[in-house]
Design a protein around this ligand. Sequence first.
Ligand code: NAD
Length: 370
Amino acid sequence: MTAYTAIVEKQRRFFKSGKTQPIEFRIEQLETMKRMLKENVDKISDAVYKDIHRSKPQAYCYEVSNVIIEIDYMIDNIADWSKPHPVEKTMMTMLDSPMVKKDPLGVVLIITPWNYPINMAFLPLVPAIAAGNTAIIKPSEIAPHCADVIAEMVAKHFDPEVLAVIKGGVNETTELLKERFDHILYTGAPPVGKLIMAAAAKHLTPVTLELGGKCPVIVEKDADIEIAGKRIAWGKWLNCGQTCLAPDYILTTAEVKPKLVAAMKKAVDSFYEGNPKTHDDYARVINDRHFERLSTLLDKTEGTVLMGGERDKSDLYIQPTILDVKATDAFMQDEIFGPVLPIVTIKSLDEALEHIKDGEKPLAAYIFTN
Ligand code: NAD
C-alpha cells in the first residue's frame, strides 16, 4: 500500500462511518476553515509575495476575502440546500413520495493552479466540505511558499481523515491520480485537464474542470472609452495578466483604437505611478518557463508595439504591453496568461462575434457599449 493509498483509504473509512453527514459537522469544518484563514492572513500574504511578487495588502482581497464570503454563504444555505426536495408525481410514481435526496460522494481530490494559489485551493474546498465529503488538496508546486502554508495550516487545524494536503509536481500528481477518488475538482490549463479526465476515466470518477481560455473584449464606438480603458487595464494587468478571467485580447475598430490605447496608457500610468517595475502593485511573471514562453511570443509577433514592450529576465519583469496585431498573430493562438494585450482591428460587431465563435469557447467575454 502506498502512502497515497493509505491517506485515501483513511478518508474513505471516515466517510463511510457517516460522520461527515450531519449538517452540524460540516458547519464546524467551515467555521474552522474561516478561522484558519483569518488567523493566517500575514503568512498567506508573505507566501503570495514570495511566489508571485503580488503586493501584501492585495492578499486579503484576492486570496482570502472571497473564500470567507463563500463560507458564510454556504453556512447560511447549507440546511436548505442539503434537505430532500420533493418532485412532481407522474403516472409511474403516483403512489410514491418522490424526492431528490442529495448525498455526498466520498473522497474528493482538489488539484489547484498557482495564479491565485490560496483562493484556488479553498474556493472549491468550501462546497466539497459543505456537501459532506472529505477532501485532499494537491496545491501547485509552482507556488511553493503557498503550498507550504496550505499544508502547514491544514495540518494544524484539520483532522487528516477530513482534510489532507499532498504536495508535489507532475510525478506526484500522476501517482496520486492512480487512486480512486469519488470526484476530482481540477483548476488549470486545458492540456492538463485532458490528462486529469483520462486518469479519472479509469475509475469512472466524475470530474469538474475549471479551465482557461482566450477571453475577448469588444469595445464599441458608443462606449465610454475612458472607463473601458481603465477597466480593461485593471483586469489585464492585475497579477501581471495571470488571471483566468483577464482580458486576453481586444476587438475594436480603427476609429476607437487610438482613443482606447490612450485611455489604457493613462490608466496604467496612474495605477503604477509611472513605473510598474518599481511599483508594489505590479506582480511578476511566475517563473523562467513562463517568462521564456512569453518572450518567444514577443520575438515571434508581427504586431506593432503600442505601449510597453520592455522585459528583464533577471527580475521576471515584462512591462504592461499593448500590441496592434492581425488575427493570425502568434499571440492570437493560445491563452496569453501574461501582461501582453493584443488588439485586433475589426470593421463591425458582426465581424467581432464571428471571430469569437470561430475559436474555442472562452471562459469569459466582455463588451463595452452603450
Ligand atoms: P497547470 O495545468 O500547469 O497546473 C495545474 C495543476 O495541475 C498543478 O497542481 C500541477 O501540479 C498539476 N499538473 C500539471 N501538469 C500535470 C500533469 N502532467 N499531470 C498531472 N498534474 C499536472 O495550470 P497552471 O499553469 O497552474 O494554471 C494556469 C491555467 O489555469 C490557466 O489556463 C488559467 O486560465 C487556468 N485557471 C482557470 C481558473 C478557473 O476558475 N477557470 C482559475 C485559475 C486558473
